[in-house]
Design a protein around this ligand. Structure first.
Ligand code: GTP
Ligand code: MG
Length: 460
């Protein structure tokens, strides 16, 4: 009986072996090499070789922060049982912290001091600590992929990028293109992006317009990255929440579909709508041969709305949805009566931006391109309530002024007022060539917010 069982078992083992080997035979040679490479990497994580340093170095693969088993309220928390199980098998690079698990399920869990005004408390990481992790980049020879959010180009651009990356070549990836709608002229947009980079005297090794969510433009972006890196490491950098980790996830998919089986598909950096998702530099062995791809923590820019709002507000507002266009109808003019114009009116965008229109010909409109959740309302400037004393924090502050004479006898968009970190802008547009006159407006915003007056972005 015993003999028969063992014969059956050995036959089953032999069958399993043969099916494994025939599966392996069906794999592309590149994939076999990649598997061997991963096996070697795992072997180097042999528990026998476990040292205190390996424990110390254990990082959450989702956010890159050091793992800890002490506090569930702090980033990097892994429960003791899971930690011990993974540690026994030397799986130091296979731990996902509790915060990342929640973020992956759509929760908004903050880990950064100052986000939405959050005060310092134990376990919160400061924006400076995040930024300091980028310091080694400028000392190395590397390719930099700088990611910018298409819906917040000016707010997310990182003006002083050369301070961070030194003289390293930069490929500029403009992501979230899908949020601009389907009617975007890509060539015109690319020219606009190139001009904006030129204005900032930033020489680029390439420009790619992508949607990590839809995968569009990813092939070209990955080709540019591979072409420019020349065996060097690649650092993906950018402001917080612009879409760096999502870009990396989409790039891994693209690399694999192009036959690069070295690109990992599991245990990738976590992407979420909460700014400050990535907290440490995350290395990914994505290329055959030399070179590592690094995800990095986002740079916190205090003038961006998504840094000024709390996790609760962000969750409620659901920023990052497709841009909706809303053009309020032109009201009857406050002064002189009987005319239709925005002159003398104030346009509120949610509770964080207000445009007071001081001068405006009748044929000028204000188009709001932004998340659906952000309502636009109108009132006469004369009726705007005075700041109630004691509510100084809630008061809006003057952040931008526009004062110009549009070209005569032409119609079309004139200027975009881009609200930093909102993912959207206000487009001032002349709807007919007739009726000219100056446009003067004061733009108010919540404390810290910046509004950029920029050349019109070529979107519908
Ligand atoms: N529609 C759309 N959303 C995107 C795209 N790329 C990223 N997002 C969303 O943008 C948010 C931020 O994405 P992440 O990849 O986490 O951004 P990040 O730059 O890594 O953020 P930090 O790690 O916090 O600095 C998430 O909600 C993503 O789903 C895109 O191409 N299209
Ligand atoms: Mg990230």
């Amino acid at each position: 009986m015993l003999a028969r069982t063992s014969t059956r078992a050995s036959t089953a083992r032999a069958r399993a072996r043969s099916s494994r080997s025939s599966n392996a035979g069906a794999r592309a040679p590149g994939e076999r090499a990649a598997r061997r490479h991963r096996a070697r990497t795992r072997a180097s994580n042999d528990p026998a070789a476990t040292t205190a340093t390996a424990r110390e170095r254990a990082r959450c693969y989702g956010c890159g922060v050091g793992v800890q088993t002490r506090s569930n309220d702090v980033a990097g928390y892994v429960d003791v049982a899971t930690y011990e199980r993974k540690a026994t098998h030397g799986q130091w690079d296979m731990m996902l912290c509790a915060r990342c698990a929640k973020l992956s399920n759509g929760a908004y869990v903050n880990a950064v001091e100052g986000q939405g005004g959050v005060k310092a408390s134990p376990g919160l990481i400061t924006p400076k600590e995040l930024r300091d992790q980028l310091k080694p980049i400028r000392e190395k020879k590397a390719l930099v992929v700088k990611v910018v959010d298409a819906t917040d180009f000016h707010g997310s651009f990182l003006k002083k990028v050369r301070d961070v990356v030194g003289g390293n070549p930069i490929v500029l990836v403009v992501t979230k293109i899908d949020l601009l709608g389907n009617a975007v002229d890509h060539d015109a947009l690319e020219r606009w992006v190139a001009k904006e980079a030129e204005t900032r005297r930033l020489t680029l090794a390439g420009i790619a317009l992508v949607s990590s969510r839809r995968g569009s433009g990813m092939r070209e972006a990955v080709l540019q990255m591979m072409r420019e890196r020349n065996g060097r490491d690649v650092y993906v950098i950018g402001a917080a929440n612009v879409g760096k980790s999502s870009f990396i996830r989409a790039a891994m998919e693209e690399l694999r579909s192009a036959g690069n089986y070295f690109a990992p598909t599991k245990r990738l950096p976590v992407a979420s709508a909460m700014p400050g998702t990535t907290l440490g530099v995350i290395p990914l062995k994505a290329f055959e041969g030399k070179g590592v791809l690094f995800d990095t923590p986002g740079v916190f820019l205090h003038h961006r709305l998504n840094s000024l709002l709390s996790a609760e507000d962000l969750s409620e507002m659901k920023l990052g949805s497709s841009l909706k266009k809303f053009v309020p109808p032109t009201p009857e003019c406050a002064e002189p009566p009987g005319f239709a114009s925005f002159k003398g009116y104030s346009l509120y965008w949610g509770s964080f931006v207000r445009v007071d229109v001081l001068e405006c010909p009748p044929n000028v409109t204000f188009g709001f391109f932004g998340p659906k959740s952000t309502r636009v309302s109108l009132m006469k400037t004369a009726d705007v309530p005075e700041t109630i004393s004691g509510q100084e924090e809630a008061a809006l502050r003057l952040v931008q002024e526009i004062d110009f004479l549009p070209p005569m006898h032409v119609d079309g968009p004139l200027v975009d007022l881009s609200v930093s970190g909102l993912g959207g802008w206000i487009r001032v547009e002349k709807t007919s060539g007739r009726g000219d006159g100056p446009i003067r407006a004061h733009i108010y915003g919540i404390r810290g917010l910046e509004v950029f007056a920029r050349d019109v972005m070529p979107t519908a």
